[in-house]
Ligand binder design. Structure first.
Ligand SMILES: Cc1cn([C@H]2C[C@H](O)[C@@H](COP(=O)(O)OP(=O)(O)OP(=O)(O)O)O2)c(=O)[nH]c1=O
Length: 189
């Protein structure tokens, strides 16, 4: 694919993943209010935020290429979990994930001044049962703080995962196959 895009994201993981598609891109960060709306379902939330990030990039003046925005949340019992607010929030979250299967939803959106197209990818991730000691020492590693659901599958958190069904790349922050498909569909419109 020869088209160049913008990546509206501060995430180093998304930058690395997008590089894997071999697409030329420039990255900039956008400030989006990620607060869920009242009664907003997880699927609707991630898709809205991915679109918001992409469209905020367009509004900032990045108008000569499609702008890619993305968002990731962890879902358990139909509740969306973003980055942990603090250590207590993290401990509560990891105890909920322990010994259970949760979903990671990642949305991708492409936007220009006239158009926006998005998709949501859902991946099932199963955790082994975690001890209090494992949870506490994981917090001290500083890895959980900036990650949805308080873990990184690509880092020390990978030890907790017994099974994954779906896109590993979506869990890390950008589904490779679906992002390429979405861009192709966007360019055909
Ligand atoms: C579950 C999980 C999430 N994450 C990351 C992906 C996302 O970067 C982050 C969720 O936060 P997001 O708000 O989706 O993204 P971000 O703040 O990192 O970047 P930006 O909004 O500027 O694009 O959690 C991992 O890196 N590994 C994991 O296993």
């Amino acid at each position: 694919m020869t088209t160049a895009v913008y990546l509206a994201s501060a995430s180093p993981r998304r930058k690395e993943l997008l590089s894997q598609l071999g697409i030329e891109f420039e990255q900039f960060s956008v400030d989006a209010d990620e607060t869920p709306l009242a009664n907003e379902q997880p699927h609707a939330l991630v898709e809205r935020l991915a679109r918001l990030k992409a469209q905020t990039g367009v509004a900032l003046g990045y108008t000569d290429r499609p702008v890619l925005g993305s968002d990731t949340v962890v879902v358990i019992d139909n509740e969306s979990l973003g980055k942990p607010r603090d250590k207590n929030d993290f401990i509560t979250t990891l105890k909920r994930l322990s010994g259970n299967t949760h979903q990671v939803l990642t949305a991708v959106a492409f936007a220009t001044q006239t158009d926006v197209l998005s998709c949501v990818v859902s991946t099932d991730v199963t955790f082994k049962t975690l001890s209090d000691e494992e949870i506490n020492s994981y917090w001290e590693s500083n890895e959980p703080q900036d990650k949805a659901g308080g873990y990184g599958i690509q880092g020390l958190g990978g030890r907790f995962v017994t099974h994954i069904a779906g896109s590993y790349f979506a869990v890390v922050g950008l589904p490779l196959y679906e992002t390429e498909q979405l861009l192709q569909a966007f360019l055909r419109r």
